[in-house]
Design a binder for this molecule. Structure first.
Ligand code: 26W
Length: 818
């Protein structure tokens, strides 16, 4: 029977309870009467991990039987979010576990709360990698995610006197029950030194790399479970010294040297760089990139041999997806391994390399396109620099034969000769890959016509698009149980594996009873977020207000300050007694600023200043509230999206590659106000233009504005409202009477305004006005909310991964059944 089966594989309530108590006793040395919350969490996590590992082992067996092409996802960042709740959902044992704990007088949700998530990424790119892991597992693709096990992840953000302050993220402090250490899976990685070129005894040209130092990388595996059965692993590398303590040392001096060496080696995986934009010349960052790439490629070559394959078949056995250029040194490293270590001919090695890699670009921002100075690369990776030069000279030769102009060839070269010579990593990745993709239709088009235009012209078929998607099981099923239940009641639970079935909700959009239930769920979610905001931001918010939300990394191009200018405009109107058309609104912000990014930190300071002003003004605070939720993370995100009414996606057109928060909001029933940027374009196409609040210039208009010589002060001079709001920034009424506090922002907007806020301000305010009128008609708002959810089926990461399978990797899902 089903019950017996569940019992046998540990999925029954009884089995879960028994194992939980055993873990508590035997692994933690505790009995229920004396436990800390962390003991309870750890015992439950270990109980669940056993079940996850079982699925993983079975999938691995299944995959190796099929012997299909395996996918290695190379990413310097992952943001898996809390594991426990997600794994319970995927194992389909949420209720059983809740019951089992209840019998022990314990509350599942409280235990889930205890988890500290791995913050091993900055934002969109890292979270996307984890969404893809979820879908790869669910779809049964033989895949492995390679990355770095940072000891300290993205900093913990605190707000002190209105400013962001950073604290270390000690995510491993309480231990990590989800990972399995594999001490036997470890590789040596070399750095520095010199190369020796010679002709060996067989008269073969050979290069030897005599490094200055070495470190060892050890694998830490975290199983990632897909929905209902499959499991894959995320394999993260930790750096250690080659011999941690050399006991053969003869004197104390040597002993201390050995200790120092150990410390220096372990530095490599100490900390994640908290930048998601320019990061020039940081040697440790290049060390991190090379370290994880080298371990991963050595691991794959070992697997290739274990499976009895020839190295010549490497590209048939594997495809490697490069998550941005961060791992792109892999192109040179694979060449080195094949040519130098395995004595393969250059031509054959190059063919294998070019048929192994595919590259995803995630940004058009010029300052975020990675470059490494030739001198740094030569010092740290002397052999790789030679290989890059060789790849380049052959490539440029090809271009000359094609008859390209000198100018064009210089533009395409892997080496940038302007100023300090440097290696253009995006060019290396493009030349070394069989496919290059952008992450939304608009972004892929801009990639082809602008940033990588020269390459697209010679290799049109290399370029393609895969629009991003999100793990809807995490961002709807796990994080919004109320809405999930309501949806499942109406259309069944098929949406868990096929999000497009949400379409079936469409016919209930006008159903008044359904609308009422829909509103009730949203209100419950808003109450929960209100509680959180009261605890964490000290702001009391009436849950019936319009929740108008912008959560994402703080960046000028994302224009959090455009939203702030509008809030100040509303504030001033209310003060003038002209607030009658304003819908009571709570403006909610969250997001981290790179620690060295002054403008972004000043924008956070402006949020807290506006919050102080608005929340403490008796004339205003019945109508407006402003809150900054500190330390945005996957965990926080899961509480924010379900409670949002309005999603702010207001970047300057042409700057946001895709955005993925936009999808998470829409999936949870928020309407969007947005520009025609990134995936907003496709969201609008799906939900219908009448259900999307569009404003601002298009990418082409933005570029035209710039070409004609943009003068932001013109808008200041022409628009009274705008003038008043901008002047208010330096009036002393914000930030405890300090006139100068926001002067840099004021000057920047009036003098340069690189992201054209002033130009888009008017159309943004007009749209907001319209939104406030529609909000007053709650039925109409709810109808649109239902339509939004029913039409965003496209944005599941399952769909994205299937496109990668078909258009890039050429693999088919291996479905595993119980
Ligand atoms: C050099 C340091 C650095 C670190 C990270 C530069 C750039 C990055 C990332 C590429 C920034 C990032 O997360 N990009 C975002 O990727 C998402 C997933 O594709 C997109 O949805 C976002 O639009 C894009 O900004």
């Amino acid at each position: 029977t089903i019950g017996e089966k569940a019992d046998e594989i540990g999925l029954s309530k009884e089995k879960i309870k028994k194992d939980f108590l055993q873990k508590l006793f035997y692994q933690l040395g505790r009995v229920p009467a004396v436990t800390t919350s962390n003991d309870l969490y750890t015992a439950l996590a270990l109980t669940v991990r056993d079940r996850v590992l079982r699925q993983f082992v079975r999938s691995t067996e299944e995959f190796s039987k099929k012997n299909s092409r395996g996918i290695a996802y190379f990413s310097a960042e992952y943001l898996p979010g809390p594991h426990l709740g997600n794994n319970l959902l995927n194992l389909e044992i949420v209720d059983e576990t809740r019951e089992a704990l209840k019998e022990l007088d314990l509350e599942l949700d409280e235990i889930i709360e205890q988890e500290v998530e791995p913050g091993l990424g900055n934002g969109g790119l890292g979270r996307l990698a984890s969404c893809y892991m979820d879908s790869l597992a669910t779809l049964g693709i033989p895949a492995i995610g390679y990355g770095i096990r940072y000891e300290f992840g993205i900093f913990k953000q605190e707000i002190k006197e209105g400013w962001q302050s950073e604290a270390t993220d000690k995510w491993l402090h309480y231990g990590n029950p989800w990972e399995v250490i594999r001490p036997e899976v470890s590789y040596v990685v070399k750095f520095g030194g010199r190369t020796i070129h010679s002709t060996n005894e067989n008269n073969k040209y050979a290069v030897e790399w005599e490094p200055e130092s070495e470190v060892v990388g050890t694998a830490y595996d975290t199983p990632v479970l897909g929905y209902q059965s499959n499991g894959i692993i995320m394999r993260l590398w930790k750096a250690e010294a080659t011999e941690s303590f050399d006991f053969s040392v003869y004197n104390m001096g040597d002993y201390y040297k050995a200790v120092e060496k150990k410390v220096r080696s372990e530095n490599i995986t100490k900390v994640l760089y908290p930048n998601d934009e320019n990061l020039s010349g940081k040697e440790l960052r290049l060390r991190q990139q090379y370290f994880f790439v080298s371990c991963s490629l050595q691991d794959m070559i070992r697997l290739n041999f274990v499976q009895g394959r020839k190295l010549e078949e490497f590209h048939e056995k594997f495809a490697i997806q490069l998550n941005d250029t961060h791992p792109s040194i892999a192109v040179a490293e694979l060449m080195r391994l094949l040519v130098d270590e395995h004595e393969m001919e250059w031509k054959q090695a190059w063919k294998i390399t070019r048929n192994t890699f595919a590259y995803t670009n995630h940004t058009l921002l010029p300052e975020a396109l990675e470059k490494w100075s030739v001198s740094l690369m030569g010092r740290l990776l002397p052999r790789h620099l030679e290989i890059i030069y060789e790849i380049n000279s052959r490539f440029l030769h090809e271009l000359r034969e094609k008859g390209l102009s000198g100018e064009q060839i210089a533009r395409m070269s892997l080496i940038d000769e302007h100023g300090e010579p440097s290696v253009r990593m995006a060019h290396l990745a493009t030349v070394g890959s069989f496919r290059v993709n952008g992450v939304s239709q608009l972004h892929s088009r801009l990639l082809k016509t602008q940033v990588l235009n020269d390459f697209a012209e010679i290799w049109p078929d290399k370029f393609t698009n895969v629009t991003n998607g999100v793990a809807h099981r995490r961002f709807l099923a796990v994080s919004n149980p109320g809405l999930s239940r309501l949806i499942t009641e109406k259309i069944g639970n098929g949406w868990l594996t096929d999000l497009t079935t949400l379409k079936r909700l469409e016919k209930f959009a006008d159903d008044e009873i359904f609308q009422k239930q829909w509103m009730e769920v949203k209100l419950e979610n808003k109450k929960l977020l209100s509680q959180l905001l009261e605890e964490r931001a000290g702001v009391k918010i009436d849950p019936t207000m319009l929740f108008d939300v912008q959560v994402k990394r703080i960046h000028e191009y994302k224009r959090q300050h455009l939203m702030l200018l509008h809030i100040l405009d509303l504030y001033l109107k209310i003060k003038d007694g002209k607030g009658e058309n304003i819908a009571p609104s709570a403006f909610i912000f969250a997001g981290k600023a790179a620690p060295g990014y002054f403008m972004a930190k000043l924008i956070i300071r402006l949020v807290t200043a506006v919050a102080d002003l608005v929340n403490n003004d008796k004339d205003v605070n019945k109508i407006l509230k402003v809150a900054f939720l500190p330390n945005f993370s996957v965990k926080q995100a899961q509480r924010v999206y379900p409670a949002a009414d309005l999603s702010e996606q207001i970047s300057m057109a042409g700057k946001e590659a895709s955005g993925t928060g936009n999808m998470k909001f829409a999936l949870n029933g928020a309407l969007t106000i947005g520009t025609l940027d990134g995936a907003n374009v496709e969201i609008r196409e799906e939900v219908g233009e009448e259900n999307f609040f569009l404003f601002g210039q298009t990418t082409e208009e933005v570029q035209e504005t710039r070409r004609l010589g943009y003068r932001p002060s013109k808008y200041y001079e022409e628009q009274e409202d705008l003038e008043r709001v901008l002047d208010f920034l330096v009036s002393g009424e914000l930030g405890n009477g300090d006139h100068e506090l926001f002067r840099p922002l004021y000057n920047n907007l009036l003098q340069q305004d690189p992201y054209q806020l002033l130009k888009d301000f008017k159309s943004y305010c007009e749209r907001k006005h319209e939104i406030h009128q529609i909000w007053k008609d709650q039925k109409e708002w709810t109808r649109r909310s239902i339509l939004n959810v029913s039409r965003v089926g496209k944005f599941s990461s399952d769909r994205s991964i299937l496109e990668y399978c078909q258009n890039i990797w050429n693999v088919e899902p291996v479905k595993l059944r119980d």
